[in-house]
Design a protein around this ligand. Structure first.
Ligand SMILES: [Zn+2]
Length: 185
């Protein structure tokens, strides 16, 4: 049996601090490490000036928003992204920012550069063709993009379909203008 000291002194103090820290953690990024070794290559001192937003889901059977199934699907295609944002706003990191992730495919930035993977960070939002990103996902994306912007001189924040029009349609069902506005709030 636990001591009275534990039940009446230690436990309430523990719960109090847990409650306070959960309030403090609101508005902070929660990043879960899911490092992969495919769909990427290691790099040193690459210069990053673009952020590309995508959407994805597991289309290979099973739960469509299961991070491990999404990663398994990436593996079968030999692709990746630096980050994937789950429906609840959890941010999974698959590739370190300094490494190159294969997320853009054949694509072109507005200034004509076509080696988009070498200068960009790729972020996937888990959505499907008929669902929009959740509020939690937009909040996490906003925090993540603002965090990246604070660390690099970012020139372009674009959708996959901006750099591969006709070939790509993602991110799906997303109010892009509202997101860009939220970034500056
Ligand atoms: Zn994409």
């Amino acid at each position: 049996m636990r001591s009275t000291f534990y039940n009446y002194i230690i436990l309430p103090i523990f719960l109090l601090f847990t409650g306070i820290s959960s309030i403090w953690s609101q508005g902070e990024l929660k990043i879960v490490d899911k490092t992969v070794s495919f769909g990427m290559r290691e790099a040193n001192n690459r210069s990053i000036d673009a952020i590309i937003v995508h959407s994805t889901f597991n289309n290979s059977g099973g739960e469509k928003y299961d991070i491990d199934l999404v990663i398994k699907q990436f593996s079968s295609y030999g692709v990746s992204s630096h980050y994937v944002i789950g429906r609840d706003g959890t941010v999974y990191q698959l590739v370190k920012e300094q490494n190159v992730s294969y997320h853009a495919g054949k694509s072109q930035l507005p200034d004509g550069r076509t080696a988009v993977n070498t200068c960009s960070i790729g972020i996937e939002i888990m959505t499907s063709f008929d669902e929009s990103p959740t509020d939690e996902q937009i909040d996490a994306l906003t925090l993540l993009v603002n965090d990246i912007k604070s660390r690099y001189d970012i020139k372009f924040i674009l959708r996959h379909n901006d750099i591969a029009p006709g070939r790509k349609t993602d991110p799906w069902n997303m109010d892009w203008d509202a997101f860009l506005k939220k970034l500056d709030e």
